[in-house]
Write a protein of this length. Structure first.
Length: 63
């Protein structure tokens, strides 16, 4: 697991907590912020997946 995957997982977890807290308290701003954090986490995960794919392809060419 590389830096992008770790950052993505952390952002998704943080977003889920914020979103849940926002729903619980009725704070629409916090809920929206949580959704944004979750989306940012998904983007980091996707970037990590692309990096993994490129790394695997490069390793395949070396062999």
């Amino acid at each position: 697991m590389d830096r992008e995957h770790v950052k993505g997982a952390a952002d998704k977890a943080k977003g889920a907590v914020k979103e849940g807290a926002g729903k619980l308290t009725g704070d629409k701003s916090m809920e929206a912020e949580g959704k944004m954090d979750k989306a940012k986490g998904a983007a980091h995960k996707a970037a990590g997946d692309v990096k993994d794919g490129l790394r695997d392809a490069a390793d395949g060419l070396k062999k």
